[in-house]
Design a binder for this molecule. Structure first.
Ligand code: B3K
Ligand code: ZN
Length: 844
């Protein structure tokens, strides 16, 4: 197992002036012919000529027309080459049909497709498969299948032949090819400068009625990127293809985005409101990559956050603009805490820009993506909106066509603003979530906030330096009026104080507004003060945060001190529900309780060993108390948020449905599920159908509805994923492993399909108390399946093995059982490099 280091970076020996590829497609004997124009790179250090290549059958190779016999290894090919420019030609044979790893060229339901990022192109042909080698591609596809696609603009095509030419130099990871019996949903877009672009979403026959929403989202993305970032599209055609077998969400291949069908197909009957929003966000994300990723790519994979952090940041901005800034920010912070904080506080912690890896696919993480986006948000807060815009303009101008680095990225901000970003760059190099503690002091009209920051050690980084932390603060007076508007305090020291003068009364501070930095804020505060902020804070994020803190404090007190449910919290929730000026989507978020995993981490941080079953029970008790306390209010809120008329996936009706769903969950705890059954029967959209079914499963009912749901949706694979996921995800803890095991025996459980596997097994790992059931049945079942899947699909296995990364939090018995399972995976003969790296890091 070889570790790759950032510090070992060196340039490739050659430039490429052009690539021509011909594909003769066949399920087990696809021929790939390549013709690559190499030219020596005078700046590159001395090195042997090496091309990556894995699982390829070399038929022949030529240099300048002369047959050669290169040296072949497991990882590639070396050859003697001329000192000047030369043409390298190869013919290889590959077998897409037997490629179950879903990386390189593979087949899904009779259709050919590719996934090359990060290092899949080397499974297609011999090539310098690294992002800093960019070239223009001409591709010819030969197949009897009706639709033949590749990157760039279409060239001549004929019966069984299609040619594509991509004029923009690109790294191999952005290469794509699709061939299949597909139907196009077509439209067009005129760019700001008047260029017409043909748009297509290609799907399997039968899915054509689920493309309209995605097409609209694409056009909104194109307009938004022109308006907000000044970025126009740069080819004559933009194609999206939906694929059922896909390891992740989607892929930004130049001019030919390939999507997991779950991230593009949408209809009111089959998709929830959350699905619609996610699909819109992912379509935007992949489209935005055309500039942040494709036109400007990464020098090496250590710079992954250069494109991913920035593109996530952009898609978050987009969704905020399309929907609600407040709700989107709260959603993003919930995700960040649930995934990235967990990662940052466990054995898999790594910097936003890692410095070494064994398998790069293991670093497409919440830290690189979501913390990477937070770091950009902080940068924007520090320099201000205008300088952010100027810096981005400079970035596009200076680096268009480059394979760039984080240093390049920070330099455009330094050059634009004159700031020194040396300390700021530690956000890229140091792992771990800073703990920010604060105490307030008031005398003689002056209020002082004393801050301290400290970051706990992470693997390989025992000591941390202070970071630059932008802390957004506003002050309220006891009447609830804002006496100081939001300002950004720029903390740079380990301990630092900030003063506010000229105040007539002691203010109530609202700290870390809009979650201005990805830190854990530790602040002693009274229930009264939290309830005050929940009622009065003008910053919607902190308003929500105050409620969340109350919920957490109540749960922690119930779990550690046998305390009863805090009635101040219940009253505060009632006030939120009664406030008719609030956005229903916000009210729904305020009603939601922290996750079991969040409580487990909170207890662990406080030095308490979490008991998953006790956490589950405390949450049930609290939900029941909330339901009883709000009893009189619930039917009225439920009725008031009923949405009439034809379904719309827009934010306002979706917010009402979200609130209705949250209220239905509480009502179900009081009426044995009557209202949920009624909603299920009346539902004409998936949001309400699934809400009702989930409410019933949570109270251990709903068997009739589960069966009718299965009958109704047996033919729809994406809806059936929901059916699988709901059962393993919401099963009562003691039954969760058994129910999941039964699901894996269901005729429709196609374990090689990542969506289906994730639905059933990922449902269980997300069911915290069920996965961590004391008898270890959850651990064992998941491990059995991970071992089985690894032989077919290393990437998805490695990703799902992170379910075990929290083992250190738990008691000795659970720790022992989890370690035993991790070691069982580690000892599996022929375990993939992906999974081996993950379990080894998790074991620590
Ligand atoms: N860039 C791809 C992710 C590729 C993952 C490779 N294991 C999708 C995205 O972030 O847009
Ligand atoms: Zn991305």
């Amino acid at each position: 197992e070889q570790t790759i280091y950032l510090s070992d970076y060196k340039e490739f020996s050659h430039f490429i002036d052009g690539v021509e590829l011909t594909f003769q497609l066949s399920p087990t004997k696809t021929r790939v012919k390549s013709k690559i124009h190499f030219r020596p790179n005078p700046k590159a250090p001395e090195q042997a000529f090496f091309l990556h290549g894995e699982h390829l059958k070399l038929i022949s190779a030529h240099i300048d027309g002369v047959k050669i016999s290169p040296t072949l290894t497991e990882t590639g090919l070396t050859a003697e080459v001329p000192t000047g420019p030369f043409i390298f030609e190869a013919e290889v044979e590959i077998s897409p049909e037997t490629n179950t790893a879903l990386e390189g060229l593979y087949m899904s339901n009779g259709m050919y497709c590719t996934q090359c990022e990060a290092e899949g192109f080397r499974k297609i042909t011999y090539y310098p498969d690294r992002p800093d080698v960019m070239a223009t591609f001409k591709v010819r596809v030969e197949s009897a299948l009706p639709v033949l696609l590749s990157n760039g603009n279409p060239g001549t095509s004929d019966e069984g032949i299609a040619e594509w030419h991509d004029p923009w130099p690109k790294p191999a990871y952005l290469f794509a090819l699709v061939a299949g019996d597909l139907i196009a949903h077509s439209d067009s877009f005129t760019t700001k400068s008047g260029k017409d672009v043909a748009l297509n979403i290609y799907v399997r026959p039968g899915d054509e009625d689920k493309c309209a929403f995605g097409m609209g989202a694409l056009k909104r993305s194109m307009t938004w990127d022109e308006d907000v970032y000044g970025r126009e599209y740069d080819l004559d055609i933009f194609n999206i293809v939906a694929v059922d077998d896909f390891n992740m969400g989607a892929m930004e291949n130049k001019g030919l985005n390939i999507f997991n069908s779950s991230c593009v197909l949408a209809s009111p009957e089959t998709s929830t409101d959350a699905n619609f929003e996610r699909i819109e966000g992912i379509i935007a994300h992949e489209y935005f990559h055309n500039w942040t990723g494709n036109r400007i790519t990464c020098r090496d994979w250590f710079q992954l956050c250069l494109k991913e952090g920035l593109t996530v940041f952009r898609d978050q901005q987009f969704t905020s603009d399309m929907r609600s800034h407040a709700v989107k920010r709260i959603d993003d912070v919930i995700t960040l805490r649930g995934r990235q904080f967990r990662e940052d506080n466990g054995p898999l912690a790594h910097p936003v820009r890692p410095e070494s890896f064994v398998e790069i696919n293991n670093f497409y993480t919440a830290t690189v993506y979501d913390k990477g986006a937070e770091v950009i948000g902080m940068l924007k807060r520090l320099v201000g909106d205008e300088d952010y815009k100027r810096a981005l303009d400079l970035y596009f101008e200076r680096h268009d066509g480059d394979a760039a680095t984080i240093e390049d990225w920070l330099k455009v901000f330094e050059d634009t603003t004159g700031r020194d970003l040396t300390q700021f760059s530690k956000w890229y190099s140091q792992a771990g979530t800073p703990r920010l503690s604060v105490a307030g002091e008031f005398s003689d009209g002056t209020y002082i906030l004393h801050f301290k920051q400290a970051t706990p050690p992470t693997p390989g980084q025992p000591v941390k330096d202070p970071r630059v932390i932008p802390i957004a603060v506003g002050l309220l007076n006891p009447n609830g009026d804002e006496v100081r508007e939001t300002c950004i305090l720029e903390m740079t020291e380990a301990e630092q104080s900030f003063r506010f003068t000229g105040l007539s009364t002691k203010p109530i501070p609202s700290i870390l507004r809009a979650f201005s930095a990805p830190v854990i804020l530790e602040r002693q505060s009274s229930t009264k003060e939290r309830a005050f902020l929940l009622a009065h804070d003008t910053d919607p994020f902190n308003k929500w945060e105050a409620g969340r803190a109350l919920a957490k404090e109540t749960l922690v007190a119930m779990l550690t001190a046998d305390a009863p449910v805090n009635s101040d919290f219940l009253d505060a929730l009632a006030a939120v529900l009664r406030d008719e000026n609030l956005d229903p989507a916000f009210q729904a978020l305020a009603l939601a309780l922290p996750s079991q995993d969040d409580i487990a981490q909170t207890l662990f941080d406080a030095g308490v060993t979490p008991d998953p079953m006790a956490i589950y029970t405390a949450l049930e008790t609290l939900s029941q108390s909330i339901a009883q306390h709000l009893q009189d209010l619930l039917p009225r809120i439920y009725a008031a948020n009923h949405v009439d008329g034809p379904f719309s996936s827009e934010a306002a009706p979706a917010g009402k449905r979200a609130l209705q769903g949250a209220v239905l969950g509480l009502i179900s705890r009081l009426d044995g599920g009557d209202q949920a059954r009624a909603q299920y029967a009346a539902a004409d959209n998936m949001t309400q159908q699934l809400q009702a079914l989930a409410c019933l499963l949570r109270i251990d009912r709903g068997q009739t509805e589960l069966a009718s749901f299965e009958t109704q949706w047996a033919q729809d694979r994406l809806v059936m994923d929901k059916w699988f996921g709901l059962q393993s995800g919401l099963a009562a803890p003691q039954k969760a492993a058994a129910i999941t095991e039964t699901l894996t025996k269901h005729a429709a459980f196609d374990w090689k399909n990542p969506n289906r596997f994730r639905a059933a097994l990922g449902g269980l790992t997300g069911n915290t108390a069920g996965f961590h059931a004391a008898d270890g049945a959850g651990y064992k079942l998941v491990t059995d399946w991970l071992i089985k899947l690894d032989a077919a699909n290393p990437q998805t296995t490695a990703r799902m093995s992170t379910a075990f990364d929290s083992w250190r939090r738990y008691d000795a018995s659970r720790q022992g059982q989890m370690i035993e399972q991790l070691k069982r995976i580690q000892a599996t003969p022929n375990l993939s490099r992906d999974t081996h790296e993950m379990v080894t890091r998790i074991l620590g």
